[in-house]
Ligand binder design. Structure first.
Ligand SMILES: Cc1ncc(COP(=O)(O)O)c(C=O)c1O
Length: 396
């Protein structure tokens, strides 16, 4: 760690890889600029919703408030309240992975489910195949557990896995493969799920499938889970969250579904770390998943319109090419036509035009030449930000 050695503290050697997350460098820079200069910054770099149109449905708030007033403020069972585990089991079953209550763990967000999965599965020297570009916290925990991150380059333009190259990465030490669909940072659905499953079943590789944008998939694309492929129920860990589908990022609640032996181990991990997800948060999540779903549909339609507007505006700029992602709230345009690297372009946009974006290279070297923008913000902010980017390119 950068500060190790400057004091008498003797941090664990496991912290030797600790650095502040690269993908949040733009957010730190954008916030500092705003604070220090008072300049209005457009925050396309944030991985969160912005503005009044994106809040949880009223019945979710009401359930949370009522639960607090009714006294649901004590410890509850580690793996989650039974009603919520059952509702999540139903959701996974609807996706095609028949699930029972004891195969469900309610976690502090998807991130905590990913952390616990990796710390429960990965041994010293195990290899975990990880998409490049991918989601950096996964790399962090593989390394922490003493595992080796093996990068699977995703192939442009639509960032799919190359099956031959995936096969060639597998060794006797390969324990897991991580996929996230729709993918972060590029929003594309992972294709070839049957073939990927076949490879993993043949080599006894467990697939950690991160599906946090499962309900933010735009027609004609449909969300599919590898956990539903025959044979994969026990060979996969399906992770999802309330953060995105129900706009509950600040509630910190997610879940995972896996073989009950693994869920039992993860529950022991959870009970010895966070104990349980707060009861009133679980009750709010129960209201979200069992209540009316019209907010989810309205939100998806709203995001689809913003995606289309964003893609069209970016493609109208010389030097930028943007595919239309299947889902998520990100676009990942190719900016190589500007002649700049991703980081140079991101720095240029924030320094000269007050627009925060994330350099694609923060997600792995295969993200070079791209930037990531979040379009889940009000239309006037979106339009102004896109116009600033246009001016930023024209002024080069
Ligand atoms: C791919 C991916 N997985 C997991 C998470 C974390 O989600 P949660 O808020 O449920 O912890 C994120 C957050 O944006 C993400 O992009």
């Amino acid at each position: 760690m950068a500060t190790a050695g400057t004091s008498r503290l003797r941090l664990s050697s496991r912290t030797s890889h600790f650095v502040l997350p690269k993908q949040w460098a733009s957010m730190r820079k954008a916030e500092a600029l705003e604070r220090e200069t008072g300049k209005r910054v457009i925050h396309f770099e944030k991985g969160d919703f912005q503005g009044d149109e994106f809040y949880p449905a009223p019945h979710i708030y009401e359930a949370a408030a009522r639960a607090v007033h009714e006294g649901h403020v004590r410890y509850v069972p580690g793996p989650g309240i039974p009603e919520l585990r059952d509702a999540i089991a139903d959701e996974a079953t609807k996706r095609g992975r028949p699930t029972e209550r004891d195969e469900v763990l309610v976690t502090m967000g998807a991130k905590h489910a990913l952390t616990q999965s990796l710390l429960t599965m990965v041994d010293q020297g195990d290899e975990v195949i990880f998409p490049n570009p991918g989601y950096p916290p996964d790399e962090f925990w593989i390394t922490y557990a003493g595992g080796k991150v093996v990068y699977a380059p995703l192939v442009e333009p639509d960032f799919h896995f190359d099956l031959d190259s995936l096969r060639s990465l597998i060794t006797p030490k390969t324990k897991m493969l991580i996929i996230n669909s729709p993918q972060r940072p590029n929003g594309m659905a992972v294709g070839h799920l049957d073939e990927i499953a076949e490879i993993c079943l043949e080599h006894n590789v467990v697939v950690l499938t991160d599906e946090i944008f499962s309900h933010m998939v735009y027609a004609p694309s449909v969300h599919q889970t590898i956990a539903a492929v025959p044979g994969m129920a026990d060979q996969s860990i399906l992770v999802d969250t309330f953060s995105k589908t129900y706009i509950m990022t600040g509630f910190r609640i997610g879940w995972c579904v896996a073989n009950r032996e693994l869920i039992t181990a993860m529950d022991i991990f959870q009970q010895n770390s966070v104990t349980n997800v707060p009861a009133f948060v679980q009750i709010a999540a129960l209201a979200a998943i069992t209540g009316p779903q019209d907010h989810v549909l309205t939100q998806t339609a709203r995001l689809q319109a913003k995606r289309d507007k964003t893609v069209a505006a970016l493609n109208a700029i010389d030097g930028i090419e943007c595919l239309s992602p299947d889902g998520s709230f990100y676009v990942f345009p190719d900016i190589r036509g500007t002649g700049m690297t991703a980081q140079q372009f991101a720095d240029h946009l924030i320094d000269s035009h007050g627009v925060g974006v994330v350099a694609g290279s923060s997600f792995g070297d295969r993200g070079e030449g791209h930037i990531r923008l979040t379009y889940a913000c009000p239309d006037d902010v979106l339009e102004e930000g896109l116009d600033r980017i246009r001016r930023g390119v024209e002024g080069l």
